[in-house]
Design a protein around this ligand. Structure first.
Ligand code: NAP
Length: 257
């Protein structure tokens, strides 16, 4: 078995995924870089050489995703970390989001990541060790209008974290959700071409720092929870949501039949 821990990062060609791949290599990992376009993944490999393995795959193709993850684990004899970072986002009203359009986003943002976790799971259990970081969004609990598909896909992604943390905890598997606010990446520039105030915007490397801190065990007291990655200017909005939704928005109704 090789010595360097192996981390699989989806969406590793740009934004938060590329920054995460860079940081994981810097902290001694071999990184399996997944995304649709080979070119940005090859650029990452050009920067780091053999520490990067390029594995093009479309998250919407769950069978291909399962094959990629199982193949990596079998060839390498280990798989230590999966970062479900790849995602798509667009804004559309409910009236413009028919079931086919809704399903297409859920395939990428939720079914694909579930396929990654499913395929990595036997290796994690056999090793009695594994770490999952799911990159969600503040939209998982406080969606803007137009996130009729995006918000449920990210809320579901967080629940993958909860289930994996609950089921995997006794087997040494840790799972986290990192939910960024605004991050300066191609995805956000596409969504908001005019940009946002600097005070509200993180850079991809800062969010990657939080992802890698989860991997490193810095936030093990927060396994199974959401780490909201926001600037100080955005934090009051998150706190306001928490004030308006005490107990996470759950009201216990003790009923008698
Ligand atoms: N930027 C923000 O403000 C922000 C805020 C909250 C949450 N997020 C989340 O952060 C994550 C990373 O996004 P980012 O902001 O870093 O944007 P990004 O730079 O556009 O990165 C998205 C990555 O996902 C990959 N990807 C997209 N669809 C894919 C598919 N079907 N199969 C495989 N890979 C796919 C893309 O590569 P290919 O196109 O080559 O496939 C790309 O490398 C996303 O899950 C996003 O929802 C971002």
């Amino acid at each position: 078995m090789q010595q360097r821990p192996v981390a699989l990062v989806t969406g590793a060609g740009s934004g938060i995924g590329a920054a995460t791949a860079n940081r994981l290599v810097a902290t001694g990992h071999d990184v399996v870089a997944v995304g649709r376009r080979p070119e940005p993944l090859e650029a990452l490999r050009a920067d780091h050489g053999e520490a990067i393995e390029v594995c093009p795959a479309d998250l919407a193709d769950a069978e291909r995703v399962v094959h990629v993850v199982r193949d990596v684990a079998a060839r390498r004899g280990r798989l230590d970390v999966v970062v479900n970072n790849a995602g798509d986002a667009w804004q559309a009203g409910i009236e413009d989001t028919d079931p086919a359009r809704f399903r297409s986003l859920v395939e990428v943002n939720l079914v694909g990541p579930a396929a990654v976790v499913h395929a990595a799971w036997p290796t994690f259990l056999a090793q009695r060790r594994g770490c999952i970081v799911n990159v969600s969004s503040l939209a998982q609990f406080d969606p803007f209008p137009g996130f009729f598909a995006y918000a449920p896909s990210k809320a579901g992604l967080h629940l993958l974290t909860v289930v994996a943390a609950n089921e995997g905890g006794p087997h040494g598997v840790r799972a986290f959700t990192v939910a960024p606010g605004v991050v300066d990446t191609p995805l956000h520039r596409r969504l908001v071409p005019d940009g946002v105030d600097d005070a509200f915007r993180l850079d991809a490397d800062t969010v990657a720092g939080l992802v890698v801190a989860c991997v490193a065990g810095v936030h093990d007291d927060a396994v199974g929870t959401t780490l909201a990655a926001v600037t100080p200017a955005v934090a009051p909005f998150v706190r306001d949501w928490m004030d308006r939704n005490p107990n996470g928005g759950v009201r216990i109704m003790e009923l008698h039949r």
